[in-house]
Design a protein around this ligand. Structure first.
Ligand SMILES: [Zn+2]
Length: 41
C-alpha cells in the first residue's frame, strides 16, 4: 500500500540518493521502495 506513486518516487529518487530529501519524504520513498516490486531494481 504505497502512499505515493511510482512517478513520485522516480521524481524524488535523485534527491533521495543525494540525501537532500526531508525526513518525511525520505520515509515515504523508503516505504514505497520496500513495498513496490516495480521500483525494487
Ligand atoms: Zn513503485
Amino acid at each position: 500500500m504505497a502512499v505515493i506513486t511510482c512517478e513520485v518516487v522516480k521524481d524524488l529518487l535523485p534527491l533521495y540518493v543525494d540525501g537532500i530529501l526531508s525526513e518525511d519524504s525520505r520515509i515515504l520513498v523508503e516505504e514505497h521502495l520496500a513495498a513496490c516490486p516495480h521500483c525494487k531494481s
